[in-house]
Ligand binder design. Structure first.
Ligand code: ATP
Length: 282
């Protein structure tokens, strides 16, 4: 049944607009949804091109099935799926500004540390929610964080997410993996857990504090694991206070068990925000 993908949307209720991005399976467009019950809604529309195989189409729809399970202010919401002229569409909440990384690269000079800290706190609340639902995202990176408004982030791209079932970790099959964001146990054994997501969260926070600079630039993927095993970590970003850099380094503990959980990180972040308020009263 299609219900696992949210509502089935009728082609007559959707108007596909300008192209705003490119996904693994096809273009992403802006659009308008005209539902019977509520008013019209601006949406993002992900397409799976007609020439995709059945296996690819199933993988494409898997992301919708995962998004359908979530309801959180900082996670892109699913509206439903649609099929028309052999093309499959996923219709979801639009993050109007788009990729956080691009925004930080272009507007970064005007964005002060308190805003960056706010992004980090919002992202943390999204991953705390995923953790509570027993999901591992597996691709937490600034490229997958979108902006709805200049102060409102939305986590996107659930293409790699997996629900943890009986075992507490997921072993990935071969495929393109984001090595420079990955925990050592994920690189070495393709082992993914809530605590490997914590490592990735640390890398994503670093990218935010670096205003969109990617981790380990100029380092080959093959060399990253050696650097990590030698104890090397990403450097202190400008304007990053010591307690926040300490939090990042806790995310990058070699042994997963030594890393804080997201719930713990959220508390540590609240203390950092509180400290920031005391120092910069507004
Ligand atoms: P990849 O695997 O290469 O990341 P993908 O198939 O997972 O691609 P996304 O990364 O989810 O696709 O989407 C591709 C691009 O489309 C995003 O980087 C972003 O610029 C844009 N985009 C996707 N979803 C949205 C959305 N809900 N709101 C605004 N822009 C979006």
């Amino acid at each position: 049944s299609l219900s696992q993908f949210g509502a089935t949307i009728l082609p007559k209720d959707v108007q596909v607009g300008e192209r705003i991005g490119e996904g693994q399976f096809g273009d992403v467009h802006k659009g308008v949804l005209f539902p019977q019950t509520t008013g019209e809604q601006v949406v993002a529309i992900k397409t799976c091109k007609p020439e995709a195989s059945d296996v690819e189409r199933a993988k494409f729809l898997e992301e919708a099935a995962i998004m359908a399970k979530f309801n959180h202010r900082h996670i892109i919401k699913l509206f439903g799926v649609m099929s028309h002229d052999s093309t499959t569409y996923i219709i979801m909440e639009l993050a109007l500004i788009g990729q956080l990384r691009r925004y930080l690269m272009t507007e970064g000079a005007h964005i002060a540390y308190p805003i960056l800290l706010q992004y980090i706190c919002q992202l943390c609340s999204a991953v705390v929610y995923l953790e509570s639902k027993n999901f591992v995202h597996r691709d937490i990176a600034a490229r997958n964080v979108l902006l709805a408004t200049p102060e409102l982030i939305k986590l996107a791209d659930f293409g790699l997410s997996k629900r943890l079932e009986d075992t507490d970790y997921y072993v990935a099959s071969k495929g393109k993996l984001p090595i420079k964001w990955m925990a050592p146990e994920s690189i070495n054994f393709r082992k993914f857990t809530g605590l490997s997501d914590v490592w990735m969260f640390g890398v994503c926070c670093w990218e935010i504090l670096m205003k969109g600079v990617k981790p380990f630039v100029g380092v080959k993927n093959d060399e990253v694991i050696n650097m990590i095993e030698m104890g090397q970590r990403l450097p202190l970003p400008p304007d990053c206070p010591a307690p926040l850099f300490d939090l990042l380094n806790q995310c990058w503990q070699y042994d997963a068990q030594d890393r804080p959980t997201f719930a713990k990180l959220e508390h540590m972040l609240m203390a950092i925000v509180e400290q920031e308020r005391l120092e910069q009263p507004r």
